[in-house]
Design a protein. Sequence first.
Length: 119
Amino acid sequence: MKLVFAILFLAFAAAGCTTKSKSRMQAQNAYLAGQNSALRQQLAQYNGVTIIGAVQNPQVPWIAGLTLAQAIATANYTGAEPPKAIIITRQGESAAMDVSDLANGTDVPLEAGDVIELR
């Protein structure tokens, strides 16, 4: 009988416990999600192209014919290594692009208001 109570006690303890580190991580993730949401709302009002990531100039003025490679070059990428992923968000819809495609010469035309995330 004591074994049954011990098992039930451990089951309840494991189900309801949240460690301080887990709680801290959840709070940090919620904060970052709020920051990202606010940033995306501000960026939606900008008429150029915005680059999120390791760049010197995150806002690139849009001109007719602007491509992804030109925007990244204009933003002056400062990462120690090439990005592992490129996400293009246009009018709320996101699409991932393979970095090797860009390196191999496949370029994407951009539109005013596009947000490029370099991860």
